[in-house]
Design a protein around this ligand. Structure first.
Ligand SMILES: Cc1cc2nc3c(=O)[nH]c(=O)nc-3n(C[C@H](O)[C@H](O)[C@H](O)COP(=O)(O)OP(=O)(O)OC[C@H]3O[C@@H](n4cnc5c(N)ncnc54)[C@H](O)[C@@H]3O)c2cc1C
Ligand SMILES: NC(=O)c1ccc[n+]([C@@H]2O[C@H](COP(=O)([O-])OP(=O)(O)OC[C@H]3O[C@@H](n4cnc5c(N)ncnc54)[C@H](OP(=O)(O)O)[C@@H]3O)[C@@H](O)[C@H]2O)c1
Length: 461
């Protein structure tokens, strides 16, 4: 039976009990920061996630062919297996479990809910069948249980990825990879089978600004050049519109390396034997997704030119790239949580050093970390210092936080509220079921792509 943990009743020093909402990198780094603090030895952390599986975008965003980055899950696991940390999956903060209720159950709540939605282009035709957000495509090949199968590559010979960030590189690379390279990954079986028979031959990755302003990192860019049977097509005349192209020496190192890689590709001889081509295009901003009888037939772009200050100006000249698939890869966006303040313009929760601001004042006991705090930029490691700042604020508030007596173990409160969490053992059962599924398919571990399968595995049904 769960007991009340009223510090006053037990006459013991109060044990801070913290909820971290979200088990992606920022949530796990927050939990780690909290339990590692000397001076607060008995601190307890519950890491809640709406999914029955931990790790956020490390499981559901990092591309399946990036096994080394995926293996960071092992580091995150160590934190979630700490005896002071409890993973509670299948717990969604929302109308049925609002922030106010959570604040009743815990001394403090840290929201690490990421930025799950996609940004919009705001151009005609954006919602045509065949025009999907990269978020949708990534969710599908990553087996997110909320993903839909839009038949993404069915009947597609040419695809356009709009945007030149690392997510655009990911989706471009996955479209260009063959079945033999994807089969050893944990990609769900249905996505693997679909991509295995894909007839995509041309993938265009298109930036509205110049090569020196692209957001992808050089390692990810270079990887495209190593894809088997794939030619990288870059037009030196287009690159030369960027003043930094002829003399990249003044650029920051990361941008200079990108330009150097692109220059080398532009100078390379054409490869007639390649089965697929990746075209890297610049100075084209999307004006319209072209409607070809009720579905995507291409993208109409306006040619741009540098404005001399890092931005671009329209030229009034247009170019259409025919395509049957458009993946809008122009960034993610935070989703408001009812009962928590939200800055619509930034898509983040307003905060001061991680303390949630309500009407401009820090709300005692409410904190944020990760993409919902900073916006959707930064690699996994960027979330560590971000979480550290939040943990520092929370621990500074700890004496005030523990003045509140908790009526009971928060888990009992969650159960009273009708929540049925998937605990660590349930997640381990999902892992075993995925290994078993992979064995039955003659592959390594293969992800279960639906709610029923995940919850069935977690609850032993
Ligand atoms: C497609 C993609 C690929 C990426 N690849 C790489 C890469 O290869 N290398 C790299 O370093 N970085 C990569 N990144 C960046 C990295 O994933 C992010 O920096 C990081 O995941 C952000 O961490 P987070 O914890 O803020 O959010 P997330 O990882 O999104 O975690 C948020 C968690 O909160 C949970 N949640 C959301 N709402 C609720 C709710 N209401 N109640 C309960 N739980 C909730 C979600 O289920 C999720 O588990 C990639 C990003 C994307 C989008
Ligand atoms: N392997 C990895 O390490 C990896 C993999 C995936 C993601 N990530 C990280 O995750 C974060 C998010 O990546 P992301 O690619 O989603 O975002 P991002 O890096 O912000 O890139 C977004 C791209 O979309 C473009 N864009 C935005 N609005 C547009 C519009 N209206 N029309 C045309 N283009 C538009 C941007 O161009 P402008 O620059 O002109 O605005 C930019 O090229 C990044 O920090 C990234 O590094 C890392």
């Amino acid at each position: 039976m769960l007991k009340s943990i009223s510090a006053r009743q037990r006459k013991e020093p109060p044990v801070p009990h913290i909820a971290v909402v979200g088990s992606g990198p920022s949530g796990v780094y927050t939990a780690q920061g909290l339990v590692q603090q000397a001076g607060v030895p008995d601190l307890r952390v519950d890491v809640l996630d709406r999914l029955p599986c931990p790790y956020g975008l490390v499981r559901y965003g990092v591309a399946p062919d990036h096994e080394k980055i995926k293996s960071l899950q092992g580091n995150l696991r160590t934190v979630l297996e700490d005896e002071r940390v409890r993973f509670l999956g299948g717990v969604e903060v929302g109308p049925a479990l609002p922030p106010a209720k959570l604040l009743d159950l815990y001394h403090a709540v840290v929201y690490c809910v990421g930025a799950a939605a996609d940004r919009h282009l705001g151009v005609p035709g954006e919602d045509l069948p065949g025009s999907w957000s990269a978020t949708d495509f990534v969710a599908w090949y990553s087996a997110h249980p909320d993903a839909s199968d839009h038949g993404f590559v069915h009947g597609v010979r040419a695809a356009v990825a709009i945007g030149v960030g690392n997510v655009a590189v990911d989706v471009t690379r996955i479209l260009a990879r063959g079945a033999a390279e994807l089969a050893p990954t944990d990609m769900p079986e249905a996505a693997l089978r679909t991509l295995a028979v894909s007839e995509v031959r041309d993938v265009y990755m298109v930036g509205r600004r110049g090569p020196s302003q692209a957001r992808f990192t050089t390692k990810e860019l270079r990887e495209l050049g190593g894809l088997p049977d794939t030619e990288i097509v870059v037009d030196a005349r287009e690159l030369a519109l960027d003043p930094a192209y002829t003399d990249p020496s003044a650029l920051p190192a990361a941008n200079r390396r990108n330009v150097e890689v692109l220059r080398a590709w532009a100078a390379a001889p054409p490869r007639a034997d390649a089965r697929r081509r990746i075209h890297l295009r610049f100075f084209l901003r999307p004006a319209e997704i072209v409607d070809g009888g009720g579905r995507v037939a291409g993208v109409q772009f306006e040619r741009t030119r540098p404005d001399g200050q890092g931005g671009v100006l329209g030229t009034g000249m247009y170019e259409e790239i025919p395509a049957q698939l458009v993946l809008r890869s122009v960034g993610y966006r935070g989703v408001p949580l009812e009962g928590l303040p939200f800055d619509e313009a930034l898509g983040t929760v307003p905060h001061a050093a991680g303390r949630v601001l309500r009407d401009g004042r820090a709300s005692l006991g409410e904190y944020v970390a990760g993409w919902i705090k900073r916006g959707p930029t930064g690699v996994i490691g960027t979330n560590r210092p971000c979480a550290k700042e939040t943990v520092t604020s929370l621990l500074a508030d700890a004496p005030a936080l523990v003045r509140k007596d908790l009526a009971q173990d928060p888990l009992a409160g969650l159960l009273d509220a009708g929540v049925r969490p998937v605990e660590w053992g349930g997640w381990r059962a999902i892992e075993r079921a995925e290994a078993e599924l992979g064995r039955s398919l003659g592959r390594g571990s293969v992800k279960i792509p639906d709610w029923a399968g995940l919850l069935g595995a977690a609850r032993g049904s």
